[in-house]
Design a protein around this ligand. Structure first.
Ligand code: SF4
Ligand code: SF4
Length: 145
């Protein structure tokens, strides 16, 4: 039986930290629709510009503004949240894949890196997460190859 390469354990670790959640235009539209507010209001209230890109803000505890018990905006969450842990670096580099296992309990070491890559690419394709725009996309996402 094929091992599942990843299954989220809802620990919230990946929702902690400043600056990780870059918002593309697609992300802004989807999250604004989910919150039933305008894109302008979303940008004003919940984002900040850093390094030329738009980021979701964090709370004082350093977690994403929308992290409560889990993701409070799950259906409207940005592509970078949808793509984790299948980030470019973790797909092309086995050492990165090994290292993220310390932080992300959802990554299954028993599946092996090759299977992680296979399932990850399939997932990214199915979820339409492979289109990479260097101006607005998070660097972590991979282009289709
Ligand atoms: S760190 Fe991994 S297991 Fe924890 S919430 Fe994030 S994706 Fe899920
Ligand atoms: S939008 Fe949701 S999944 Fe993404 S960092 Fe914030 S709380 Fe976590």
């Amino acid at each position: 039986m094929t091992e599942e390469a990843f299954e989220c354990k809802m620990c919230g670790h990946c929702c902690e930290g400043k600056g990780g959640i870059v918002m593309t235009e697609k992300d802004q539209k989807r999250l604004a629709e989910h919150l039933e507010i305008s894109v302008e209001e979303l940008i004003e209230k919940y984002t900040e510009h850093r390094g030329g890109k738009l980021h979701l803000i964090t709370k004082e505890d350093n977690y994403c503004f929308f992290f409560k018990e889990g993701c409070d905006v799950h259906p409207g969450r940005p592509d970078v949240c949808r793509a984790w842990p299948y980030f470019r670096g973790n797909l092309i580099d086995e050492i990165s894949w090994q290292m993220i296992q310390e932080d992300c309990a959802g990554v299954n070491p028993k599946a092996g890196h090759a299977e992680f890559v296979r399932q990850g690419k399939q997932y990214l394709r199915d979820e339409d997460l492979l289109r990479y725009d260097s101006d607005s996309s998070p660097n972590a996402l991979i282009s289709d190859d």
